[in-house]
Design a protein around this ligand. Structure first.
Ligand SMILES: [Zn+2]
Length: 182
């Protein structure tokens, strides 16, 4: 606000100066019509006045544009902050995919109120980025890419080549904890 006031005063004096110059130069020009050099000087003064007035006018418009721009910026900032809802996202928020053994796992983070939890956890084809189809019985199932048909092996709760949701969830949360600790 200080700067705006100073700028306003500055332009006030510039306007006063320009008007004074015009009044003086008009009086001078009456007496110096026949002296070419002085005529030129008076002409130069008039040129300065006309351009000063033009700059002054555009400057006022610039201030209006500037104030309007600042207002729009502040309003958009306030709107963006209220839209976000969660301004303090954890360090691991963008950690949404990983490969622990042979499978690529993807998930989302959701704040349930009791803390951040892994949701929508699913294995994906490492070539196609398509979620694997899990087929079979309760105890032994196979994972296959519905896009390229690649067999990703067994998905079993008891078998050794097991890659399961429970393990993946534990590994994800362990890495996320490390991320948020530094
Ligand atoms: Zn595939």
């Amino acid at each position: 606000m200080q700067d705006e006031k100073r700028k306003g005063t500055h332009w006030f004096w510039a306007a006063i100066g320009a008007i004074t110059i015009t009044v003086i130069s008009d009086n001078i020009s009456e007496k110096t019509k026949n002296i070419p050099v002085l005529n030129f000087v008076v002409g130069a003064f008039k040129w300065v006045y006309v351009n000063a007035a033009r700059v002054l006018n555009s400057q006022i418009k610039l201030w209006i544009v500037l104030i309007f721009g600042v207002a729009v910026y502040i309003i958009s900032r306030l709107l963006r902050n209220s839209e976000k809802g969660e301004p303090n996202l954890p360090a691991f928020y963008n950690y949404r995919s990983d490969r622990f053994k042979n499978w690529t796992w993807k998930w989302r983070w959701e704040n349930s109120g009791r803390g951040w939890e892994v949701t929508d956890l699913a294995p994906y084809c490492s070539d196609c980025e398509v979620e694997l189809s899990i087929e079979g019985s309760l105890f032994q199932v196979t994972a296959r890419c519905p896009s390229c048909g690649k067999d990703f092996g067994q998905y079993s709760r008891s078998g050794l080549p097991c890659e399961n949701r429970g393990d993946a969830d534990k590994l994800i949360r362990a890495r996320a904890t490390k991320m948020s600790n530094g």
